[in-house]
Design a protein around this ligand. Structure first.
Ligand code: ZN
Length: 254
């Protein structure tokens, strides 16, 4: 295998709305290339899904002029998969739903790391000289706050409500800003193939989550992967998923 190039900027940043930026890891295989959301409030900032943990995220945000050390920040993992929570260890305050909390602890943090290391084209560049894919692991970073359905996260000028959206994983959550109509949906809903066949997925419960999302008055959805979308695309994605499950003849399909 030819040597991979070392890239000076591991993360790509794109403005995504008022006080919101999306960071991504373009040199990570697309299956593990998740969205990292940096949402700034007047009292509290959120980093929603801090990525793989391959390269230092806070330093990258500082290099973009966005990281202010004296501001309180809460890191939230929408669920316990490595592409969303691998960077949680960089943050002192770490939140996840209770049903996925074990994924931040010790051995369980590793459960998707071997699959990533074994992938052809897992990374297409290196974040630093000498970085080795074979040595990559998820660092344990136990939650300091457990989230549950209905919890409110106050940022000062806006607030988000925790929606428990299980199915992709038991502790998958969304974060919904009712006032702005903005939903951070994690892997419960994004514009791409939705996964309900992972070791801790549950398709029957996922369908209930989809029915709930179908009724949600969201105008903008920022998913765990891919581009953001509006209400019409949201409903189409939900329909596509439910139709696909029905065709697959899942028991309980309706
Ligand atoms: Zn996931």
């Amino acid at each position: 295998m030819s040597a991979l190039p070392v890239v000076p900027r591991w993360f790509a940043r794109a403005p995504a709305g008022p006080g919101l930026d999306r960071y991504a890891e373009p040199h990570v295989h697309r299956w593990f290339r998740a969205n990292i959301w940096y949402l700034r409030g007047t009292e509290l900032d959120l980093v929603i899904d801090p990525g793989m943990g391959i390269a230092p995220l806070r330093a990258a945000m500082a290099a973009e002029g966005q990281w202010l050390e004296d501001r309180p920040v809460l890191a939230i993992a929408t669920h316990g998969h490595i592409d969303h929570m691998g960077g949680m260890h960089e943050f002192a305050d770490r939140a996840i739903h209770a049903a996925d909390a074990a994924a931040l602890d010790g051995d369980e943090a590793q459960h998707l790391a071997p699959a990533f290391r074994a992938m052809e084209g897992a990374v297409t560049a290196l974040p630093a000289p000498g970085w080795q894919l074979s040595a990559f692991t998820a660092k344990a970073a136990p939650a300091t706050r457990l989230l549950a359905e209905g919890d409110r996260i106050e940022l000062g000028d806006r607030a988000l409500t925790v929606l428990h959206l299980p199915g992709h994983s038991p502790g998958s959550i969304g974060l919904f800003d009712e006032a702005g109509g903005t939903l951070f949906s994690g892997d419960a809903l994004y514009d791409g193939e939705l996964l309900d066949d992972l070791p801790r997925s549950d398709p029957a419960i996922y369908r209930e989550t989809m029915d709930r999302l179908d009724r949600l008055a969201a105008r903008t959805v920022h998913g765990g992967h891919g581009a953001s979308f509006g209400r019409d695309r949201m409903r189409a994605l939900i329909r596509d998923y439910l139709d696909g499950r029905r065709r697959a003849g899942c028991p309980g399909g309706h």
